[in-house]
Design a protein around this ligand. Structure first.
Ligand code: SF4
Length: 228
């Protein structure tokens, strides 16, 4: 556990004000002007599958697995025809691959049965698909349909709490705070700015505050301002 010089556990000094929250997001936006998803996909369907596979896995590992998977099965019908066992051989390097192989085939069948093989632009319909939870639905709605949703992954949950941007005990609580506190026009891209910031700068074990663009509004008491 990181501690402050007084020996206290490091954490957010307080919740950011709305002005500070806007400043924080603006500084991340300037640092990542071309931010977008790091998952490889070619359409709404391959996006949905890639996001469903990415739970507890890195985007790089998912991209390695989906290269062959999407070549063999680029559509829901082709995925169902490929079958669970063959899907499993493609994604065996990803965590929870057995469950994910079953879900990918089942969600493909559900898309054919309920939505004419299309990815629905509807939260409830997305969350009713096998293996699709709120986070996956939020990413698909954000990236595929341009909705102002906020998918809270491990990086965004950490940043929300560590910096005081959006403190909350659960991913849903952090999501609600972010949606309420980030100016509406910035909300959709903010998802990508926050993920990239958490992945490459505000890292889990030791945030690299010495090269962070947003130290000023950040309320973290354990900032590491000198590079080791
Ligand atoms: S890297 Fe450091 S200064 Fe930047 S947001 Fe994270 S904790 Fe705050």
């Amino acid at each position: 556990m990181t501690r402050t010089p007084t020996g206290r556990p490091a954490g957010a000094r307080r919740r950011m004000t709305l002005k500070e929250a806007e400043r924080f997001i603006t500084l991340l936006a300037e640092a990542h002007p071309n931010a977008e998803s790091e998952l490889d996909f070619v359409d709404d369907y391959t996006l949905l599958v890639a996001v469903a596979l990415s739970a507890q896995a890195t985007d790089a590992s998912v991209n390695r697995a989906t290269k062959g998977l999407f070549r063999d099965a680029p559509t829901p019908a082709a995925m169902v025809a490929l079958g669970e066992e063959a899907v499993g051989t493609h994604i065996r390097t990803i965590g929870l691959w057995r469950t994910k192989a079953r879900n990918v085939v089942a969600l493909s069948q559900a898309l054919l049965d309920r939505h004419g093989g299309q990815v629905p632009h509807d939260r409830a319909a997305l969350e009713a698909l096998p293996g699709v939870g709120r986070k996956t639905a939020n990413v698909v709605m954000n990236v595929a349909f341009g909705d102002s949703t906020m998918a809270v992954d491990t990086h965004i949950f950490r940043i929300g709490n560590r910096t005081g941007l959006a403190p909350g005990k659960t991913p849903r609580a952090v999501e609600d705070q972010l949606v309420a506190r980030i100016p509406a026009p910035m909300l959709r891209p903010a998802h990508h700015w926050l993920i990239l910031h958490g992945r490459y700068v505000c890292k889990a074990r030791r945030p690299e505050c010495w090269r962070c663009p947003a130290t000023e509004p950040c309320q973290y008491t354990g900032k590491v301002l000198i590079a080791p």
